[in-house]
Design a protein around this ligand. Structure first.
Ligand code: FAD
Length: 473
């Protein structure tokens, strides 16, 4: 008999409880990744995450081989694939690390039921969240709806467990009577990489998908921005944040590992900035808790009163201007171009760009969420809709709708020296630090930069009136 480990959003050997358990069993081991675009409700990956997945799986396959194992790739509805594979390899045990989205949980429960009916052992582990949603409850037993008490409740209990080291050797794969391991797909046959046009050049120069890249980001962060995170994180023109998000998204590094690495690096009195960074990890956990409680977070307003909100469908030209970074507002445009070029956008700019879409253009947040889903390398089933709903005012613990980011004020405040604007808007690089935030006043149009697609005062007033109508019922 053999053990089957099914990897999903946990593409790592380090702190991987399912894999460590399999190593300790010592039986022949099959490690499988399933590309599942067929199970009901499972959201297909966007373009940027497909690119990431391709490279992450390449890295993972090499790491598994170096440890004496092998990565098997199969495609299709996961329940069928895992069942067939278990039968084919005579597996006695199926192991995985838990997922928290609704459709994914249904798939996993189906596999568990099937295993129980057929006398196989199926076990799941906690690996990707430090605080699993059902363990963090209010006094009344329900989920938290506000971040601060949620995070306080998380930190009230014991410290997150210590991470497990990667197994040095893994058991060899099980083979058939002819000595062959089970057959799988070639990664290239999944066609995860863009072809014509190939837009991935900027992603490739920005990122190193896989475990080694994740550890490098963590080391760079601890040696650099961590100590000043509280202030540095708001400045898009410097590397003030960790850029760990896509690595966390694919589980190339464990949040437990990050948590304890911070502990070790700042053993005595951790600076306040470390606490702020930890609470950002807490927001990730909070978003997953929201998704766990509201599996339709990406399509339904968390606050149902927003079902009556009078979103205006943007014209194709307006939507394209936003997507392509041609709104005429430099901070928004720099952000949208950073997103297109690198698959990532600074958090402060995400907030400004999202606010511009849902407030100044009055577009339904789902349009923005879908664009981010397709273009972000960290696009995440929980954090993306939760943050969009946060900006739109329809979410949990949301920014109130009447808080409308002014892209010019934000730009002056957080990119005063215009480093960020100049990096992504080369056509404006000739304008001085003052003028560059309002290029329509200062020769920016002559340099080929677009005129603002909406006026700020009018569009702000329109948004506030629309919100007032919602409140008045
Ligand atoms: P750091 O500042 O170094 O933070 C460390 C980690 O904490 C991040 O890697 C991330 O895992 C977590 N984190 C930080 N801020 C948040 C937050 N607001 N919500 C949830 N987790 C957070 N984050 C995603 O991971 N995936 C998304 O799809 C996503 N979509 C977003 C959409 C909008 C409209 C907005 C405003 C924010 C979105 N975020 C998303 C949150 C945030 O912008 C990114 O997590 C952050 O910019 C990632 O960069 P970093 O790793 O350098 O973050």
């Amino acid at each position: 008999s053999s053990t089957l480990v099914w990897l999903r959003d946990d593409l790592r050997l380090d702190d991987n409880p399912a894999l460590s358990e399999a190593a300790s069993l010592g039986q022949p081991l099959i490690v499988v990744y399933v590309l599942d675009e067929d199970s009901p409700g499972v959201r297909p990956l966007g373009g940027a995450t497909k690119w990431w997945l391709h490279h992450s799986l390449t890295d993972l396959a090499a790491a598994l081989e170096a440890a004496g194992s092998r990565l098997l790739l199969r495609r299709g509805p996961a329940t069928d694939i895992i069942r067939d594979l278990a039968l084919e390899t005579g597996a006695s045990t199926v192991l995985w690390n838990r997922r928290y989205g609704g459709p994914e949980r249904r798939v996993d429960a189906g596999v568990k039921d099937w295993a129980a009916e057929h006398g196989l052992k199926a076990a799941s582990f906690q690996a990707n969240l430090m605080f699993e949603p059902w363990t963090v409850r209010t006094g009344a037993g329900g989920p938290y709806k506000v971040f601060t008490p949620f995070w306080r409740a998380c930190l009230d209990g014991s410290e997150p467990r210590l991470p497990l080291d990667a197994p040095e050797r893994l058991p060899a794969p099980s083979t058939d009577a002819g000595g062959r391991p089970p057959a799988g797909d070639a990664l290239d046959s999944w066609r995860l990489l863009p072809r014509r046009p190939d837009w991935s050049g900027g992603l490739a120069t920005t990122w190193q998908p896989g475990e080694a890249g994740a550890w490098q980001r963590l080391a760079d962060f601890l040696d650099g921005p961590a100590e000043d995170y509280g202030t540095g994180r708001d400045v898009p023109g410097v590397e003030g944040t960790s850029r760990l998000s896509p690595h966390l998204r694919f589980g190339e590094i464990s949040p437990f590992r990050i948590w304890h690495a911070l502990r070790e690096r700042f053993p005595h009195s951790a600076p306040a900035d470390v606490g702020i960074f930890r609470s950002e990890l807490g927001w990730r956990e909070f978003c997953w808790q929201l998704l766990y409680e509201n599996p339709q977070l990406a399509t339904r307003n968390y606050r149902p009163e927003f079902d009556r909100f009078a979103w205006q469908a943007p014209s194709n030209a307006e939507l394209a201007a936003w997507q392509q970074g041609r709104t005429g507002y430099p901070l928004v445009d720099a952000g949208m171009r950073q997103l297109w070029q690198t698959g990532w956008m600074h958090n402060r700019v995400r907030m400004a760009a999202a606010s511009f879409l849902v407030k100044n253009l009055l577009a339904d947040w789902r349009l923005g969420e879908a664009w981010f889903w397709d273009t972000l390398v960290d696009a995440d089933a929980a954090s993306n809709p939760a943050n969009w709903q946060w900006v739109a005012g329809s979410g949990a613990d949301a920014s109130p709708y009447f808080r409308i980011f002014n892209p010019v004020t934000q730009s002056r405040k957080f990119d005063a020296g215009a480093r960020y604007l100049r990096e992504y808007l080369p056509e404006l690089s000739g304008l001085d630090d003052k003028a560059i935030h309002e290029p329509w006043k200062a020769g920016g149009l002559a340099a080929g930069y677009p005129e603002p697609i909406v006026g700020l005062p009018e569009s702000r007033a329109r948004a506030l009136e629309t919100y007032q109508r919602l409140k008045d019922g």
